[in-house]
Ligand binder design. Structure first.
Ligand code: 5AD
Ligand code: SF4
Length: 482
């Protein structure tokens, strides 16, 4: 037993491994019956956290004997959903219909929905009413029960404590959990890099955001467990890890032995064989001088910080419950730029928050110009039922579109200038994949997250090479290995 894990978590992990064994038999029998592989597909919607969760889902499926395929007409297809904006929900609804057409051809096909969207009761109601061909629905808190749920889905047995049956659909939704099971099988998408969850949930309740409702309260993992996991990943060939949390800067505050995020980073830095460290996401209100200092002195932490602004207007920031104002954000971003000049700062911006005026958007544009973001993800505000902002008077749609275009244009201008700064320099790039458009090119990522394409071959994937950034193409470079 690992000295860092609680006995409850280990018992739960062992329990899930038993279900995996039982499922191996079931899948083995299906293979014999059909005389072919039994296939599985996991589709991810949403953020890095969901991408990591999908690796866990696929890990369990492979351990059970399924064969992974890229197509959605598999024997079991899982949609790991996102609900941060309404268009994410709509995309899923649009695509479930397609799954139904596959199921009409392959009657034994299983359709599974999980993730943030299916943590919402109203979504579950809608699916059970209008998409009754879905076999299994579960939320975010019981993802670690996936093997157990699969077992019941395949055997048709009931388990009143774990799920209810609504028509033919198995529904297992929990309000919360304190269990953290991170030792179940995972199948990494990339051999050389991986996400590592350091915390779950969020306590911030920004008034527009559904995340605290669907991901629950903030829970940090023990630092020793995180370090143990990263060491195992490095032994398995990973050279880059991304520490994941909704608000990594408040990591460790609620642990029995509190530890800061900066201290965790110091410990991660010491791991031999690990070459690059990234993290996501930083809330400006918790970003400490200690963290800036650690980043500045680190050889492994990448020169990139994602620091969501959301709005540049102090009035709107207050209504968003972001707990910082325009000046505080500017001070922080400019301090980071001063201390670590080669760092890339990226951000998230919402346009059209209830009550936003042209003057508020002017403030956002002012911040973009002053910080000179290296990139910004700009979103139109989306009403999320159950959040505080959903009850506020909403903006006019055409006004929002106009303002959105203004913000986007400004972001593109500053980003182009920033990306161009390293033109002519030779910098280390982690080679990630073969270029999708041109097979003679490889695609790599600089420490500051900029993409560079250069001549090379597959054998370079997963290696860090020095690349001359020859020609800036707006958001990426064409380069040459030196
Ligand atoms: N509408 C639009 N964008 C949102 N985000 C979160 N909630 C909403 C919403 N209701 C954006 C924020 C956050 C990013 C992940 O998604 O900018 O940082
Ligand atoms: Fe949502 Fe705010 Fe939490 Fe980010 S910090 S997940 S925006 S509530």
């Amino acid at each position: 037993m690992s000295q860092f894990e609680s006995r409850d978590n280990i018992e739960e992990e062992n329990r899930q491994y038993k279900y995996i064994e039982l499922l191996k038999d079931i899948v083995g029998k299906l293979k014999n019956e059909l005389g072919r592989d039994i296939t599985a597909h996991v589709e991810t919607f949403g953020c890095q956290m969901n991408a990591r969760d999908s690796e866990k889902l696929l890990g369990v499926l492979l351990a059970c004997g399924f064969t992974s395929i890229d197509e959605e007409d598999a024997d079991i297809t899982v949609y790991n959903t996102c609900s941060v904006r309404d268009n994410a929900n709509q995309r899923v609804y649009g695509r479930i219909g397609k799954l139904h057409s596959y199921k009409k051809v392959n009657k034994d096909m299983k359709i599974v929905l999980c993730g943030c969207m299916t943590q919402e009761e109203s979504v579950i109601d809608k699916i059970c009413q209008s998409y009754s061909f879905v076999d299994l629905i579960f939320g975010t808190h019981n993802l670690y029960k996936f093997a157990e749920l699969l077992y019941y889905m395949y055997t048709g047995e009931s388990n009143d404590e774990l799920f209810v049956k609504r028509g033919k659909t198995i529904v297992s939704r929990w309000d919360s959990t304190t269990t953290i099971c991170e030792k179940l099988p995972t199948k990494r998408k990339y051999a050389y890099k991986s996400g590592v969850n350091i915390m779950f949930g969020c306590n911030n309740f920004c008034t527009y955001c559904i995340v605290p409702y669907v991901r629950g309260r903030e829970r940090s993992r023990e630092a020793d467990e995180i370090i143990e996991e990263i060491k195992a990943l490095v032994n398995d060939g990973c050279i880059e890890i991304m520490l994941l949390g909704q608000n990594v800067n408040s990591y460790g505050k609620n642990l029995d032995n509190p530890i800061t995020f900066a201290e965790l980073l110091r410990r991660v830095e010491e791991i031999d064989g690990l070459e690059r460290i990234r993290f996501m996401t930083s809330h400006p209100k918790d970003l400490s001088d200690e963290l800036i200092e650690v980043m500045k002195n680190s050889k492994k932490i990448c020169r990139h910080i994602h620091l969501p602004l959301q709005s540049g207007s102090s009035r709107i920031l207050k209504a968003m419950n972001r707990v910082y104002n325009k000046e505080e954000y500017l001070d922080l971003a400019l301090k980071i730029r001063r201390e670590i000049p080669d760092i890339a700062i990226t951000t998230d911006i919402i346009v059209g928050f209830p009550g936003e005026t042209k003057e508020d958007v002017d403030d956002t544009i002012d911040v973009i110009k002053k910080v000179q973001f290296d990139n910004a993800f700009t979103f139109i505000y989306s009403i999320r039922t159950g959040t505080k902002a959903a009850t506020m008077p909403q903006c006019d749609e055409s006004f929002v579109k106009e303002q959105f275009d203004r913000v986007l244009q400004c972001v593109q201008e500053t980003a182009r200038d920033r990306v161009k700064l390293v033109e002519g320099q030779t910098l280390p790039a982690l080679v990630e994949e073969v270029n999708e458009q041109d097979e003679s090119l490889m695609t790599g990522r600089l420490s500051n997250n900029t993409i560079v394409h250069f001549k090379g071959d597959k054998s370079l994937i997963g290696k860090i090479v020095n690349v001359k950034c020859k020609e800036c193409k707006g958001f990426y470079y064409l380069g040459e290995i030196e």
